[in-house]
Design a binder for this molecule. Structure first.
Ligand SMILES: Cc1ncc(COP(=O)(O)O)c(C=O)c1O
Length: 359
């Protein structure tokens, strides 16, 4: 087999090797069934056990209260940008959005198709390099939406934003879900495309309070109503069975790592190694403000586009892949999600030190 490189991709992203090895076995036969995971009916006993275990592990890891549904949907996080206002925002109503990056802006664009949008805070004035400390909410927003981690800009909310009591708080947690413990009861809904911290693309995890499901519009196409998926345990139509299997295995891996508190400690240690070096470097500097830095996506530049390009050329040749930053930030981005190995971060920092010494 070709040896694996350090893959710093922002998503789809590195998966735990143990999960990939187990999946390889289960492609040919899921357990003793003689039928591969891709070939099982989504209504059969074997797959139902896989689905139920995935949900149970998600509930256990995040201590999800019973009054929340766990849904496995399709259409990526991007479909949620539209489904949320479609279900919960009607003409004449206002939804509040905290705008901290390109993904929040896309969510705003979709919401405007269905009702009014109030931008309660934004960090666009400094190209989204920080998380605003304050927000001005409208009087009775239908809901408040924020993006917990900004994949492109390398910023992350250190904790949930302060919102008025009884607000319906909705979070796009696509790029930091389960990177640390989460108090689900603070949210009405959390959603995440799976392809960074949970598994493969093509599956969106939605954790949603049951009363919100009930409150959703009833005049939408069935696939676009949360109640359809809640009432049918995400089996209204053929679900992304392989994705559900993989999310379950990733959650089993997370549990074996010691759960979310343990993975947070590992994530802090990994990100700490990189930020400590960046803070001491005279060549590289992080692009995000100190108090807004992401544990998942570390963005940095040299300040000279040619030197960035030279660094990227050399680092890629040395086996560190997908470090190029998004074009709207430039420079470099190291995505170091839960499954990214600590040795890979150490090796990158060693490479950067050498590069700096030779510069
Ligand atoms: C924070 C965030 N939200 C939403 C998306 C869009 O997700 P999808 O491609 O699953 O629609 C991404 C993708 O990278 C993301 O990082």
């Amino acid at each position: 087999m070709t040896s694996r490189v350090y893959n710093f991709s922002a998503g789809p992203a590195v998966m735990p090797v143990e999960v990939l090895e187990e999946a390889r076995e289960n492609l040919l036969s899921l357990g003793e069934t003689g039928i591969g995971i891709l070939e099982h009916s989504h209504r059969g006993k074997a797959f139902m056990a896989v689905r139920d275990e995935a949900e149970a592990l998600i509930r256990e890891l995040a201590s999800i209260p019973d009054n929340y549904d766990v849904l496995f949907l399709q259409g990526g996080a991007s479909l949620q940008f539209g489904m949320i206002p479609m279900n919960f925002l009607s003409e004449g109503q206002t939804a509040d959005y905290l705008v901290t990056g390109a993904w929040s802006k896309k969510a705003v664009t979709e919401a405007k198709l269905f009702g009014n949008v109030h931008i309660a805070s934004t960090s666009e004035d400094r190209n989204f390099c920080y998380i605003p400390k304050q927000a001005q909410f409208s009087s009775y927003p239908a809901y408040i939406h924020f993006t917990s981690n900004n994949t492109i800009f390398g910023t992350q909310y250190a904790a949930e934003p302060d919102v008025p009591e009884d607000s319906i708080l909705i979070c796009d947690a696509s790029s930091d879900i389960f990177c640390r413990p989460i108090d689900v009861s603070k949210y009405a809904m959390i959603y995440a495309g799976a392809q960074k911290n949970l598994g493969p693309s093509g599956l969106t995890l939605v954790i949603i309070r049951k009363d919100l499901v009930e409150a959703g519009s009833e005049s939408l196409s069935a696939m676009l109503q949360y109640r359809t998926h809640a009432e049918n345990q995400s089996l209204y139509n053929t679900p992304p069975t392989f994705g559900i299997y993989l999310v379950g295995r990733v959650c089993a891996w997370l549990k074996a790592q010691g759960g979310l508190a343990a993975i947070e400690a590992k994530n802090r240690a990994k990100a700490g190694v990189l930020y400590d070096y960046l803070d001491s470097s005279e060549l590289f500097r992080p692009t995000a403000d100190h108090d807004s830095r992401s544990l998942m996506n570390v963005t940095f530049v040299t300040g000279d586009a040619d030197r960035d390009a030279e660094f990227l050329k050399q680092v890629t040749a040395a086996g560190f892949q997908n470090l190029k930053g998004h074009r709207s930030v430039g420079g470099m981005r190291a995505s170091i999600y839960n499954a990214f190995p600590a040795e890979g971060v150490d090796a990158l920092v060693n490479f950067m030190r050498d590069f700096e010494a030779k510069s």
